[in-house]
Design a protein around this ligand. Structure first.
Ligand code: HEM
Length: 402
């Protein structure tokens, strides 16, 4: 594989901005009738961002208060914890309002989500990490935003922070007073506002993105689908038996997350069926490798190496990407074929999940079963290792300096 460097990424992307701008002109046609409130203005989410925090955070940067706000945010970790003194004025009011769950949040459904996460946690590490994570490399707006923002220079750190959200949403007390999910969502919402302020100042991002300001409402829904919708698609494809209440609970926990991250309710799907319709319109057609995404995918495949997790080597992670996201995306990401793992996953993963779930009594060699089971366990280890250090989601000081 040609080695991907920042310089040849920049060379290859020159002039791509106009093309991308043309690509993002496809109109948004999904109706708010399929959304949580079942109604809405239907305003084009490609031209909408998150105005209130965007303005507040832009002011924080202009006043030079980033350090002060970060110190205050660091001390705020629990959903019901009073806000630290360092947050003041309009920003404090905004955080107080936006930490509250939406009126439509349903405690019973959130409890069902906890059961789902407990029962399916073993798959979730692999799915969030390698289906959703790799998909972010083929969502051009996201890949470019990540690559040219501060996080692009510190991928390991960024992955830990994203893993924190996956962990918080799946924890027992996610949205309960002692949990951390509401805090993580509100902080992430502020980080996204920071990115909207900072990235337009990046000449690199501006020349290739085809956008004037990143992370639109539409972009957030696209990324949302790379998470719960993609996880659900995979579990269905693998025929993992799911109780109706649990899959509804899982959806609900992500609907609430979407709201808390600043997505307008009129764009958040009410059901798996309307989520699927929206994903077919807005996620599937945009998936495409970019030079930035190729480099991100390259870095992601090195994750297991750092912990010496033998079943999560570069080759296996590449093969898993091919298995989950298909040949086209894997080829576009320049992931090499794996002569042993590609056929093994294709032939044996289906029977493995069926045996594991008790749907089939036998039907696969013990060694293959053990290998896959161990692989899932190593994903959990990787995931937990990401979370071992205290993780603080904070406003970045600038863009990617390289
Ligand atoms: C930061 C999650 C949508 C681009 C973050 C962080 C989290 C997160 C947890 C904090 C991690 C950190 O500070 O590094 C999510 C979720 C989304 C979403 C759950 C949707 C449901 C998007 C979209 C884009 C985007 C649509 C771009 C198109 C970024 C960038 C950062 C960030 C550039 C900052 C990275 C840095 O410089 O540190 N996001 N995000 N995100 N997100 Fe998102």
């Amino acid at each position: 594989m040609e080695h991907v460097t920042r310089r040849n990424v920049l060379k290859a992307t020159a002039g791509a901005g106009a093309l991308l701008a043309a690509g993002s002109a496809t109109p948004w046609t999904w109706s708010p009738a399929g959304s949580v409130p079942g109604t809405g203005t239907g305003a084009d989410p490609k031209k909408a961002w998150d105005p209130e925090p965007d303005e507040l955070i832009a002011d924080v940067y202009k006043r030079g208060d980033v350090g002060k706000v970060n110190r205050a945010l660091r001390a705020w970790t629990k959903n019901e914890q009073p806000l630290p003194a360092g947050l003041s004025g309009d920003l404090r009011d905004f955080v107080e309002r936006s930490r509250r769950l939406p009126a439509w949040a349903d405690r019973d459904k959130l409890a069902d989500a906890v059961t789902f996460n407990q029962k399916r946690g073993t798959y979730l590490g692999a799915l969030y990490g390698f289906a959703s994570g790799m998909m972010s490399a083929v969502i051009p707006h996201e890949a470019r935003a990540v690559y040219y923002s501060r996080g692009g220079a510190q991928m390991k750190d960024r992955i830990s922070k994203t893993a924190k959200l996956g962990y918080d949403i799946g924890s027992l007390n996610a949205y309960a007073p002692s949990g951390e999910m509401s805090v993580t969502c509100v902080k992430t919402r502020l980080i996204h506002s920071a990115v909207r302020h900072l990235l337009p100042q990046s000449a690199h991002w501006s020349s290739v993105s085809g956008q004037t300001v990143p992370i639109t409402q539409a972009d957030m829904m696209v990324t949302w689908h790379s998470l719960p919708t993609t996880v659900m698609r995979m579990l269905n494809r693998w025929q993992v038996p799911l109780k109706h209440a649990e899959s509804e609970g899982f959806l609900h926990s992500w609907q609430v997350a979407g709201h808390m991250l600043g997505i307008e309710d009129q764009y958040i799907p009410a059901t798996w069926a309307t989520a699927e319709t929206q994903a077919k319109q807005v996620l599937d057609p945009v998936l495409k490798a970019t030079p930035e995404g190729i480099e991100i995918a390259d870095m992601l495949r090195d994750l297991g190496m750092q912990l010496d997790l033998t079943l999560l080597s570069r080759g296996v992670l590449g093969s898993l990407t091919r298995f989950m996201l298909g040949d086209k995306i894997a080829n576009d990401l320049r992931i090499p074929r794996e002569p042993v793992w590609d056929p093994l996953l294709n032939a044996a993963w289906g029977p493995f999940t069926l045996v594991r779930e008790g749907v089939l009594q036998a039907g696969m060699p013990k060694e293959a079963y053990w290998t896959f089971d161990e692989m899932l366990r190593q994903f959990v280890l990787l995931y937990m290792a990401e979370l071992r250090m205290p993780i603080s989601i904070e406003l970045p000081g600038g863009n990617n300096p390289h």
